[in-house]
Design a protein. Structure first.
Length: 266
């Protein structure tokens, strides 16, 4: 196990922690591979319905490890030679430069963001389904100033999440986006108390874990896969995923009729 990535199970929730304090949890090639493998293991684990992804020592992730990149530059390695970053045609579970960023998991992941979530670290947070931020946490395409491209989904997920206008502002300027603005433009879902992102994300994960999982995950995948589809195709896809959950729906109707969950109570 790479000591730079730690995994623990808390009440069935898989907690994945980046632990590279010397570089504000920036990700090098070995850490990217470890993250990729860990999230595949989570996806294959029927006992863990939700994951929380966060960084230790006050930062979520400062992006790709530029110190490692500098060493490659000093060795005369050209960007075109980084063939391990290529996306093999037809790969079922492809490895992204930052690790899991090219995966579409079957279950949700919640980002618990403290400190910096910038450049590739912001892309990892965008890969997650939900983002919980601390008041002093921040996002930013900080790689703009160094000529490092967004190749972990940033140019795809950011416009889909917050709209093209807001996304262009952040992508082109690389400016800092603090928690209040992130919440206002839809870049984060919750603002936790100071130092409380991990616990707030765990509480949210426990809530998701308590719902009927097949139905929740069918709805999740439909929402993720509908982008770019014509309306009819998207609706057919929604039906195909939902029809497998109709037995759960009838059982839920029976629970409601028996008095459970009335008046919006969860």
């Amino acid at each position: 196990m790479n000591p730079n990535v730690q995994v623990e199970i808390v009440d069935t929730v898989t907690v994945v922690t980046l632990n590279r304090p010397q570089v504000c949890n920036a990700v090098d090639a070995a850490t990217a591979r470890e993250l990729h493998e860990i999230f595949l293991q989570f996806d294959d684990d029927p006992a863990s319905p939700v994951a929380v992804f966060h960084g230790a020592h006050g930062h979520f992730c400062a992006g790709w490890d530029l110190q490692a990149g500098a060493q490659l530059h000093a060795q005369g390695v050209a960007g075109s030679a980084l063939t391990h970053l290529e996306w093999a045609a037809g790969a079922a579970r492809p490895l992204g430069p930052m690790g899991p960023s090219r995966l579409l998991l079957s279950k949700p992941v919640i980002a618990a963001v403290s400190g910096a979530a910038v450049a590739g670290g912001m892309e990892l947070a965008l890969w997650c389904d939900l983002r919980v931020m601390e008041p002093d946490a921040y996002f930013g395409v900080y790689c703009r100033r160094f000529g490092v491209p967004l190749i972990d989904g940033g140019t795809v997920r950011l416009p889909r999440l917050i709209g093209l206008g807001h996304a262009m502002d952040l992508i082109l300027t690389g400016r800092k986006v603090e928690a209040d603005e992130a919440r206002r433009i839809g870049l984060c879902n919750r603002i936790a108390p100071p130092g409380g992102a991990r616990e707030a994300a765990l509480a949210l994960a426990r809530q998701l874990a308590g719902f009927p999982q097949a139905t929740m995950n069918a709805d999740r995948l439909s929402a993720l896969r509908q982008a770019g589809l014509p309306l009819e195709a998207a609706l057919q896809q929604e039906w195909a995923g939902g029809r497998a959950c109709l037995d759960d729906a009838l059982a839920g109707a029976a629970r409601f009729a028996a008095g459970e969950g009335r008046h919006g109570k969860f």
